[in-house]
Design a protein around this ligand. Sequence first.
Ligand SMILES: Cc1cc2nc3c(=O)[nH]c(=O)nc-3n(C[C@H](O)[C@H](O)[C@H](O)COP(=O)(O)O)c2cc1C
Length: 432
Amino acid sequence: MIEHRVLTEHFDTPDLHRLEVYESIGGYTALRKAVAMAPEDLLSELEASGLRGRGGAGFSMGKKASFIPMGTMDKFLCCNADESEPGTFKDRLLMQRNPHRLIEGMIIAARAAGANKAFIYIRGEYELQADILDAALAEARAKGYLGESILGSDHQCDLVVHRGAGAYICGEESALLDSLEGKRGNPRLKPPFPANQGLYQGPTLINNVETLCNVPLIVDRGADWFRTLGTEKSTGTKLVSVSGNVRRPGNYEVELGVPAREIVEGLAGGAPEGQTIKCWFPGGSSAPILLPEHLDLPYDFENMAEAGSMLGSAAIIVVDDSQPIVEVAMAIAKFYHHESCGKCVPCREGTSWTVKMLDRIDSGEATPMDIEILASVQEQIVGNCLCVLGDSMAMPIASMVKHFRPEFEAHIEQARRAADREAIAAPVEEAA
Ligand SMILES: Cc1cc2nc3c(=O)[nH]c(=O)nc-3n(C[C@H](O)[C@H](O)[C@H](O)COP(=O)(O)O)c2cc1C
């Protein structure tokens, strides 16, 4: 069986979200171990595990934590639970089924980073999950896992759940910090990076829910055990959200490096009856699309990047041959245009212009030369924005033009002919 359940191992246990049930399956033993360890040793263990961020960029978790400067200033830990990338719905499952694993991971990560104030920034729509987390936090506090002198040690940490108001941009780490501080969630100019100047100007470690959920497992079972899962550079398992044109959409936990085809066709059942796969997004809607032949690649950080895309948040969106590529591109462009915060010009203007150009292509008003301009504008957006929201639209759109240019051209031609036919028919109808 290709599924390898480590993070989701006990998800069938009834009431796993309750503290006593979590403890009965070994919950909080990693914390007991961690409070007896020096923060430097915890950092070394996390770095040695090779754990890479599960929120999108895939940066080494241990290395990022080691960037937090020493010293007595206030330091913070933020868990990114905004989960707004289209196609991504794995963090919701982790928080809903096993909130204590995240809380335990955060208390340990806070010790490693020298932080004693921690926040979970959760998207506003996840009301149920936020309520579950609040209830779990109350249990953890009452049991002495949070607060001062945790389990009689020198570690002190408190944790607050903060509900967002439903803006995709607030998942970008610096916009998340502004939002947490009570400001409008806009990305900040970087550097300085949050590890040096983050929340309230203090050093801040920001990690995704799934990244932090791996922490207790690494501390409990060891970095060497973690490295036995996945590949040399993409260690561990990954929760993959599969959606779009597949027979069995859902979350599947697999070791990194399994063939993508086994996830898409094996676990998710492949395209619906009578359809074939046209293309797929390997890492959420911001990842450049890949073609059916790429399904034979190992699904990990390196192979997705080498194929010209990215693993991102590991949300696979499958597009079958019944979907016109121009409509797929339009759905992507409209989403990012709507979610652009407008703070920087390339993103604000680039996303709005792209929607207008795709509209021209869809209505047949565009010329084949416009497809060229569409592609070149995407190139000008990438790398020129304050954060990568603009790139998140430009990269997939550019990849669609690259792989499906003849379909874009045919779409214009068909739409133009349909418009011509309508124009010719109109006076006849009027006369009749
Ligand atoms: C526009 C935008 C939206 C993002 N949304 C999320 C999100 O919802 N959740 C998340 O974990 N990371 C998101 N990220 C990535 C974060 O900025 C950051 O890299 C991540 O939280 C770091 O955690 P990790 O190292 O554990 O992956 C987003 C980035 C951008 C540019």
